[in-house]
Design a protein around this ligand. Structure first.
Ligand SMILES: O=C1C[C@@](O)(C(=O)O)C[C@@H](O)[C@@H]1O
Length: 254
């Protein structure tokens, strides 16, 4: 595994954390408008949160929307994400459809990274990773806890499991119930950086209390951060321009 992941000239895992902006349109028209409007923000990457798309259960409509999005932002690396309801997303779909959705995205030639949730059957995760890697598509293996923050040992176990499964970018997002939980997330991130840094990881503590974790990735070891254009896809996301300023302030002083 490489310590960096390079997508369309964006080097994740080197220098300041890269800024990813989610698009969450319910229709193709909304998605096109969002894609148009984020071009002026110049994010490093864009994430399509397909669970917000009202036709997500129609594979042809998903393919059509991908073509439209790609035609507006062909130069920006695109992450394809279906976030399940159990991990804070909008919908729940069958395992079979989850596999075919992700395989279709990976095979489309229009996405650079797909997000696969760790807490699926291992066979499901492995099948999707194999298809993605065969098509030179990178894989985020993600986990979300919208209610609390597990102990640091458990956070490390989940990120290591994502590494073992062959994820290119292990990711975890947790909810703090107090500032100590933010320290737990940062400490787990730092343990990964010090002891298991064979590839970039992505971590965040959500909501207002956790904002610091979205900014301090370069110090503690998180390579990518999610910023908001107009709407947030998770609590605690900061506007892209402010985020960029903060990331460069921290970078300049390192
Ligand atoms: O997994 C993540 C991280 C996230 O939940 C956040 O907290 O910024 C936002 C989601 O859109 C993305 O898929």
């Amino acid at each position: 595994m490489s310590r960096t992941v390079t997508v369309k000239n964006v080097i994740i895992g080197e220098g300041t954390p890269k800024i990813c902006v989610p698009i969450m349109g319910a229709t193709v028209l909304e998605l096109k408008q969002e894609a148009e409007s984020l071009r002026s923000l110049s994010p490093d990457l864009v994430e399509w949160r397909t669970d917000f798309f009202e036709q997500v259960e129609d594979i042809e409509a998903v393919k059509g929307a991908l073509v439209e999005i790609h035609s507006i932002i062909p130069d920006l690396p695109l992450i394809f994400t279906f976030r399940s309801a159990k991990e804070g997303g909008q919908k729940q779909i069958s395992a079979e459809y989850y596999i075919s959705l992700n395989k279709t995205a990976a095979g489309s030639g229009l996405v650079d990274i797909i997000d696969v949730e760790l807490f699926n059957d291992e066979a499901v995760v492995e099948e999707i990773i194999a298809v993605a890697h065969a098509r030179d598509v990178f894989v985020i293996i993600s986990n979300h806890d919208f209610h609390g923050t597990p102990p640091k040992e458990e956070i490390v176990v989940r990120l290591r499991r994502a590494q073992e499964l062959g994820g290119d970018l292990p990711k975890i997002a947790v909810m703090p119930n107090h500032a100590g939980d933010v320290l737990t997330l940062l400490e787990a991130t730092y343990i990964m950086k010090e002891q298991y840094a064979d590839r970039p990881i992505i971590t965040m503590s959500m909501a207002g209390t956790g904002v610091i974790s979205r900014l301090a990735g370069e110090i503690f070891g998180s390579a990518l951060t999610f910023g908001a254009a107009h709407k947030v896809s998770a609590p605690g996301q900061v506007a892209v321009a402010e985020m960029r300023d903060m990331l460069s302030l921290l970078h300049r002083n390192l």
